[in-house]
Design a protein around this ligand. Structure first.
Ligand code: SF4
Ligand code: MSK
Length: 671
């Protein structure tokens, strides 16, 4: 019997996606959405009850008290699985950071064709913070030393990863006392694999301590390196107008979609696409030019720096090919579905792999090398243009939304105080006064097991109504963009009165797009600077803030969640818990679930929970924010105190008779 299929509205809350899914069905092509219907998730593996770490297994622990052949308990198995997932996620982010450090080294030595150091001020600031002499030195000299220092963090064997000192001092002390400060980024990943081998570490709590160490090596290590260097080489993001959704594809142009994570190649493709030689080449092929767009976090990287449109988030990768209008999908690393190649065979689209680490059977491989990046970028574009003549019928859904991305922590600092008084003081003051109730970071992927974008946008909207400022990264940010929440005052009618006042006064959207998934480190930096500014306690765990990943799917998300918890944040994931185990164990004896929640909260002040119901997630978020406000002695959230400032107040005044307006503005005239 055929499996029951969901409706397009159940698959996605995005009308462009719904349109493409109807089209896919009409032409008989499957996508991740239909494959998710056909592939029921495994209850045993999904709940962390399966171990396949050795040839005596796989062992499935489905009965109370059962152990694996080696005697491993359910708690040990769940902890080991979680540690491995976090190590894989951290490895992906950090390896991205390593590649960025090698590119910086090559740029510093004049060996990287087409690149330059774009943000010298950030280079000097980061170098100085790391104890590198900057006085009377050329940017290349400083960059060379910084690249060496950052490269060394990966292979360091002893001591502490140098970037850990970016955290608040109290936080560093907790990590030191708990002995979870990472010694070297690679070392912690290797040790995670060693400890989880058959017959090694089998104490669940001890294993989970190493999960924290490994995740910290990602968040405050490899990912932070990636963000720092991306800003130095490609410019620190600042607000810029962009567009999102599949309608950004153009019928009369060569459409090249870049997908993956590392900005090194995509930035060079942006540069090459504007080269007169390439534009002429495209025109000679009968197109008006080359139209670049992005998917996933590559989209975020080039959107927030160059304003290049985002064709969509994770679940849009197949849908963009289904338009028949994409000449090439150029991929590097992470979140690339193997299904792309088979899907593309139904159209003229070429899937071009570029990373020495990632190949897909059947795809065209044009390997990227930062030493001749511009030449390779042009080769990729010419190959794509050559494919334009093969295009058949197209179906591009006419849905786009404008957005303003690019809120780096540097820009948030600047926008709050201007060039001369850049500071987090106004943000802290707005939280302290209650105009802003708290902050929610809503991040992470799409997952075809739930309705695409629905959880992201439902939770985001509720937060805004409750005066919670939202910062977003990754695919969550693109979901909010598609909903129109990232555009200046466009979404302010949906925002609580206090938050609305703040957004109007500063001139910001209620949802701040802070970048890609490695850029979650920007959120760590903002939280640290809020602590340093004063008034919200002396460590991150005291700030009224939460982290939410309602539609997560990747191991990287687990690494991000864990380093945020270890940094003091309450983090909630949507969907099913990978460590729930047997349902009747949840309440009393589920050691892993309890330890990552209550156990980690006792130690770090942050906790990790899996909360499938979005309303429960919202309720817990607000309860947590209010409890943190109360602990700081801040006034309880009271929206009736705010909301008649800014433009709304001016509009009210304009409607009053002249005398009353003058009295309201300047006081009653003296007799
Ligand atoms: Fe089974 Fe133990 Fe081997 Fe895991 S390590 S598969 S529990 S025997
Ligand atoms: S791309 S990890 S689906 S956020 Fe960073 Fe999106 Fe998640 Fe990939």
């Amino acid at each position: 019997m055929a499996k029951k299929r969901r409706t397009p509205e159940e698959y996605s809350s995005d009308p462009a996606a719904q349109e493409m899914l109807i089209h896919a069905e009409e032409i008989g092509i499957g996508t991740a959405f239909t494959r998710a219907d056909d592939m029921a998730p495994c209850n045993v593996g999904g709940a962390g009850m399966c171990c396949k770490l050795c040839g005596m297994g796989p062992c499935r622990l489905t009965k109370d008290g059962q152990t694996g052949v080696c005697g491993a308990t359910i708690d040990t198995i769940q902890a080991r699985n979680l540690v491995r997932a976090i190590a894989a996620g951290g490895a992906a982010h950090s390896d991205h950071g390593r590649d960025m450090a090698f590119t910086l080294k090559a740029v510093a030595n004049g060996e990287a064709e087409g690149y330059m150091i774009r943000d010298i001020a950030k280079l000097r600031m980061v170098a100085q913070k790391n104890g590198i002499e900057i006085k009377d030195r050329a940017p290349e000299e400083i960059a060379d030393e910084l690249a060496d220092l950052y490269i060394a963090q990966f292979g360091q064997q002893r001591g502490e990863v140098v970037l850990m000192k970016n955290a608040p001092e109290k936080r560093q002390k907790i990590w030191r006392e708990q002995n979870v400060l990472p010694r070297g980024i690679d070392r912690e990943v290797v040790e995670a694999l060693h400890r989880t081998h058959i017959g090694d570490d089998q104490d669940p709590e001890h294993l989970l301590n190493h999960a924290v160490r490994t995740a910290l090596a990602d968040g405050w290590g490899g990912s932070m390196i990636a963000t720092d260097i991306s800003d130095i080489l490609f410019g620190t993001p600042a607000p810029i107008l962009g567009q999102a959704n599949l309608g950004v594809l153009k019928d009369d142009m060569v459409n090249v979609v870049v997908h993956g994570h590392e900005p090194t190649l995509s930035e060079m493709i942006v540069a090459a696409s504007q080269d007169p030689e390439i534009i002429e080449y495209a025109k000679a092929a009968g197109a008006k030019g080359v139209n670049l767009s992005g998917i996933c976090c590559t989209a975020n990287e080039i959107l927030m720096r160059q304003g290049i449109p985002a064709a969509g988030n994770f679940l849009h990768q197949e849908l963009s090919i289904l338009t028949g209008a994409v000449e090439a999908m150029v991929v590097d690393v992470q979140c690339i579905m193997q299904a792309l190649v088979g899907l593309a065979e139904n159209f003229h689209t070429m899937v071009i792999t570029t990373s020495p680490k990632v190949k897909l059977k059947g795809a065209t491989h044009i390997e990227f090398d930062e030493h001749k990046a511009l030449t390779i970028a042009k080769e990729i574009l010419k190959t794509s243009i050559d494919n334009y003549k093969n295009r058949g019928k197209t179906k591009i859904p006419q849905h786009t939304e404008k957005l303003i991305p690019g809120f780096s922590h540097e820009y948030i600092n600047y926008m709050l105080g201007g060039s001369y008084r850049a500071s987090f003081r106004p943000l802290n003051d707005a939280i302290m006064s209650g105009r802003i109730r708290g902050v929610a970071a809503i991040v992470g992927c799409n997952n075809p097991r739930s309705t695409q974008d629905y959880l992201h946008t439902y939770v985001t909207k509720k937060m805004l109504e409750e005066d919670v400022l939202v910062v977003e990264t990754g695919c969550g940010a693109i979901a909010a963009a598609k909903l129109g929440l990232l555009l200046g005052e466009a979404g302010l009618d949906q925002v609580g009165p206090g938050l609305s006042e703040v957004c109007e006064t500063i001139g910001i959207p209620p949802v701040l797009h802070m970048g890609s998934c490695v850029d979650n480190t920007r959120i760590l930096t903002v939280l640290t600077q809020m602590v340093e500014e004063g008034g919200l306690g002396d460590d991150i765990d005291q700030i009224p803030a939460v982290g939410l990943a309602p539609e997560w799917m990747s191991e990287k998300a687990l690494a991000i969640g864990t380093y945020c918890v270890a940094s003091g944040a309450y983090v909630m994931f949507g969907g099913a818990s990978p460590v729930s185990g047997m349902p009747n164990r949840m309440e009393d004896s589920a050691i892993v679930s309890k330890y990552i929640s209550e156990g980690w909260e006792d130690i770090y002040g942050g906790k990790l929970e899996f909360v499938p119901d979005p309303d429960e997630m919202i309720e817990k978020t607000l309860k947590h924010i209010d409890a943190k406000r109360a602990a700081l002695g801040l006034p309880a959230h009271d929206p009736s105190r705010f909301g008649r400032g800014g433009d709304e107040r001016m509009r009210e005044l304009e409607e009053l008779p002249l005398e009353e307006r003058q009295a309201a503005l300047y006081g009653a005239p003296a007799d």
